[in-house]
Design a protein around this ligand. Structure first.
Ligand SMILES: [Zn+2]
Length: 47
């Protein structure tokens, strides 16, 4: 299961599929941002 920038996949930690950067969403209402490191837009859920 992968998630794309702009989706609201829910609170949790996501890993960029391109560089491995972790992004934390603190709220179920937060949108996934572009990767802060490489600006890639695909993520997988870590926890
Ligand atoms: Zn990245």
């Amino acid at each position: 299961m992968t998630y794309t920038t702009g989706e609201k996949p829910g609170k949790g930690t996501y890993r960029c599929l391109h560089c491995g950067q972790l992004v934390e969403l603190k709220s179920d209402d937060d949108q996934l941002p572009p990767c802060p490191n490489c600006h890639h837009e695909k993520f997988e859920k870590v926890s």
